[in-house]
Design a protein around this ligand. Structure first.
Ligand code: UTP
Length: 287
């Protein structure tokens, strides 16, 4: 199983991020000096991905534009001798091949993935949600790709969440077969707090065979009336088994304000030109 392609659904309404996301896709909101979706694509590249399929809607073409050349801007930077920034923005245009497909009705994450069926065809592929990103060397999608290629099995990425937060995620049940790797025996979308023992939450990273599309075509609307990817995953896991891997690194959900703001501060503190002043301001605010 060789993984070269990732599907990144970015067609949701982003209601948690309003009013910021009224006319700017939430995946394009900046975290420090880059839009959220660039961190996602950079994580994909670290995992060896070459082709990105964005599942978009009519208001999201700015996401594809971000990964394309902007010749006018490049000309201005070149004429004013800003070569370092010129290289930075050209590198973004050249980092990956971009394709896109429209999700015409926002019927859920599972439906968004199904929209990419004709682009993926018969190969195994990765899925990353476009508003979640993971920072850390070898953390995130790379872990899933290694495991899937080694074991030739579908893999989902999980993180342990507090028991009172299980109702925000798809929760996986399974037995630990090697450190941090679980054989999946079942899963449920957003269970009520106190109804499940497991705290292993699926956090937007998957490596799957193209057979997932048959399962997506069969599932009926689930939680929230949406076509849930988790329901199709449960069906695929029952048919051919599945592994879950605990992902390392730090994860930020850009659709959650505390995560979003924390990500900005975290990355700002990594920049040696900003660190001291930012730290001083934060400390002053905390007094
Ligand atoms: P979310 O549930 O976080 O996104 O889906 P949302 O629906 O846009 O956000 P809120 O809850 O209203 O704030 C995770 C990812 O799946 C995409 C979203 O764009 C996001 O990147 N998605 C979700 C789709 O592409 N299509 C959908 O129908 C739903």
């Amino acid at each position: 199983m060789q993984i070269r392609k990732v599907v990144i659904p970015v067609a949701g309404w982003g209601t948690r991020s309003l009013p910021a996301s009224k006319n700017i896709p939430k995946e394009m909101l900046p975290v420090y000096n880059k839009p959220v979706v660039q961190y996602v694509v950079e994580e994909a590249i670290r995992a060896g991905i070459e082709d990105v399929v964005f599942v978009t809607n009519r208001d999201k073409s700015v996401i594809e534009d971000h990964f394309d050349y902007n010749l006018q801007l490049e000309g201005i930077l070149e004429r004013s001798g800003k070569y370092e920034m010129l290289k930075t923005i050209r590198d973004v245009a050249e980092m990956v091949n971009i394709m896109s497909v429209r999700q015409k009705k926002q019927l859920g994450l599972g439906h968004a993935v199904l929209c990419a069926k004709e682009m993926v065809k018969n190969e195994a592929f990765a899925i990353m949600v476009g508003d979640d990103f993971i920072l850390g060397e070898h953390a995130g999608l790379e872990q899933l790709v290694h495991l899937a290629e080694e074991r030739n099995m579908p893999v989902v990425g999980v993180m342990e969440v507090p028991a009172e937060r299980v109702n925000r995620y798809g929760i996986v049940f399974g037995k630990e077969v090697s450190p941090g790797v679980y054989s999946v025996s079942g899963m449920v979308e957003k269970p009520e707090v106190g109804t499940v023992d497991s705290r292993l939450a699926i956090v937007g990273r998957y490596v799957l065979p193209s057979a997932i599309f048959e399962h997506l075509e069969r599932v009926t609307p689930g939680y929230g009336g949406e076509i849930q990817l988790t329901d199709a995953l449960a069906s695929l896991a029952a048919e051919r088994g599945m592994l879950a891997v605990k992902m390392g690194g730090i994860r930020f959900d850009a659709g959650d304000w505390v995560d979003y703001l924390s990500a900005n501060i975290y990355l700002g503190l990594q920049d040696e030109h900003l660190r001291d002043e930012l730290r001083a301001r934060l400390l002053a605010m905390l007094q």
